[in-house]
Design a protein around this ligand. Structure first.
Ligand SMILES: [Zn+2]
Length: 235
């Protein structure tokens, strides 16, 4: 079921549980606080839309908390205990404020927290920069992370050039959808790609696809023309 949005940006599926998730390994890294800021931001934003992955992180936290109870008196200093507790608070607030079901009157919120707080503006006011015909991007400023984070807008029906990855790429769909050789991704779905994955994402034909993308290395174009363009791929 989808609703047409009054701002014309997107139609959001109501009450949809994502079908493309994060690996337990990544969720464990997140729960342990060992992700960089950009990775943590995209994971937390997926969690805001995904009760399944939230449940995994809550279970990790419960196990971590139980272990902490056992070892805290001797092995964990006061500073590190505080850090862990602060981390638990972060996770809790991310879950509590998540607009998985948008409150009445806020149905047009396309960007959930915590990503929303990183954008200095509403999605409709984002200053898109063209990358190629039908493909625009806008940087999401993150000071403390070497990974690159950006919003991408793929025009309806547009195909992103075939590429693989020098490192990892996480793509979270915020509105619209795209397909590649792994399936169909819509709002809330997250795609994790590594150097093993070569794909050519194509946006759904009926509306633009807006994604939040975190990459830790440049893309590597693989089509015949793409290979010529590789020196010009910006990271
Ligand atoms: Zn999930």
């Amino acid at each position: 079921m989808t609703r047409k949005m009054p701002n014309g940006i997107a139609s959001l599926p109501a009450h949809r549980v994502p079908t493309h998730h994060l690996s337990e390994e990544l969720l464990l890294d997140y729960a342990a606080g060992s992700c960089g800021e950009a990775e943590a931001l995209i994971i937390a934003t997926h969690l805001a839309l995904c009760p399944d992955c939230r449940a995994v992180v809550e279970a990790c936290d419960a196990v971590g908390g139980a272990l902490l109870d056992e070892i805290a008196p001797t092995a964990v200093g006061a500073g590190s205990l505080e850090a862990v507790l602060a981390r638990l608070d972060d996770v809790t607030s991310a879950v509590e404020t998540s607009p998985f079901v948008a409150p009445r009157g806020h149905e047009d919120i396309v960007v959930p927290e915590p990503l929303r707080s990183y954008l200095a503006t509403d999605l409709k006011d984002v200053a898109w920069k063209p990358v190629m015909r039908g493909l625009d991007e806008a940087a999401v400023p993150i000071c403390t992370s070497p990974a690159k984070s950006r919003l991408m807008r793929i025009g309806a029906g547009v195909a992103v050039p075939r590429h693989t990855h020098h490192g990892s790429e996480m793509t979270l769909v915020l509105s619209g959808g795209f397909s590649d050789n792994r399936g169909h991704f819509v709002r809330g779905d997250i795609a994790v790609s590594d150097p093993e994955v070569e794909h050519r994402p194509v946006a759904d034909a009926d509306e633009d696809c807006i994604c939040f993308v975190v990459t830790d290395a440049p893309l590597k174009l693989t089509g015949p023309i793409g290979r010529l363009l590789n020196p010009f791929v910006r990271f």
